[in-house]
Design a protein around this ligand. Structure first.
Ligand SMILES: [Mn+2]
Length: 269
């Protein structure tokens, strides 16, 4: 089976339609969605309707749960809180009912592929580091020994990590998934956190055992116009890395590397 894997759509219909058109061109048999259909963007009802129309296997994301009032919004940045308040006000009963019915976790292909939003047991947890991904794989193998793939979302950053490798995936090139298990994260369709706004998603081919990541441009101006028309901040669809955030992130990475080096040398001494 060839699956189109989408997540973190965040009510960005312009990005979602570009992603779906691309997936239709490359050809997929079914769709998987890792949640966060709503929040930040101007088209929550339309995005829910699109995903519902795909007959996709979908799990709930933290933004979906906050929009439904099933999770508190105290861990959100102000932009997210305000946009979720707006989302709650405009969500139609049919879209709400669709989101209400979403599970936190789904298994496909006879339990060989697991799908969750943040981590296996917590839609709010960020799995950003290879070591965290490997802990998730160990947990997955304990509870579902037949599982070969864990599809996660939430970080808005693409990830392909196995027990042996954690190299960032290059868009457009099929990555072969020998052995396994693997954690894959397609990145976000509707809210880039990179320098440029791109819709990210992937194609998972379970017969060929490959994953192909995509990062494509879309009509971001159209999305900005729609945000303005709703009185929402026009940059909600693109959280650029701030110099401060980049700096803090860089310092954290350096500290982690130093710690790993120190551990390595203490083991060898
Ligand atoms: Mn998200």
């Amino acid at each position: 089976m060839r699956y189109g894997v989408l997540s973190d759509i965040h009510a960005n219909l312009h990005a979602l339609d570009a992603a779906l058109a691309h997936l239709q061109r490359v050809g997929v048999d079914a769709y998987l969605c890792g949640g966060d259909l709503v929040g930040y963007g101007p088209h929550p009802n339309e995005c829910v309707e699109r995903i519902a129309g795909l007959n996709a296997t979908v799990v709930a994301g933290n933004h979906d749960l906050i929009a439904l009032g099933r999770l508190p919004d105290d861990q959100c940045i102000r932009l997210a809180r305000e946009s979720l308040r707006w989302t709650r006000g405009v969500l139609r009963p049919d879209a709400r009912a669709y989101l209400e019915a979403l599970p936190l976790r789904a298994d496909v292909e006879a339990g060989t592929v697991a799908l969750a939003h943040g981590s296996l047991n917590d839609p709010r947890r960020y799995i950003t580091q290879p070591e965290q991904a490997r802990e998730q794989l160990a947990e997955l193998q304990r509870e579902a020994p037949g599982a070969r793939l864990l599809l996660l979302a939430h970080t808005h950053r693409p990830m392909a990590c196995s027990l042996e490798t954690g190299a960032p995936p290059s868009p457009g090139e099929p990555l072969s998934l020998p052995g396994g298990p693997w954690v894959l994260n397609p990145g976000s369709v509707g809210q880039s956190r990179d320098r440029t706004a791109l819709a990210r998603f992937l194609v998972l081919d379970t017969e060929a055992a490959t994953a192909t990541f995509f990062a494509i441009p879309y009509d971001e101006e159209g999305c900005r116009r729609a945000l303005r028309a709703q009185g929402l901040p026009a940059d909600s669809m693109h959280l650029r890395p701030s110099p401060l955030r980049t700096c803090v992130g860089g310092a954290r990475r350096l500290a982690r590397r130093a710690l790993a080096l120190a551990r390595g040398s203490s083991r060898s001494s």
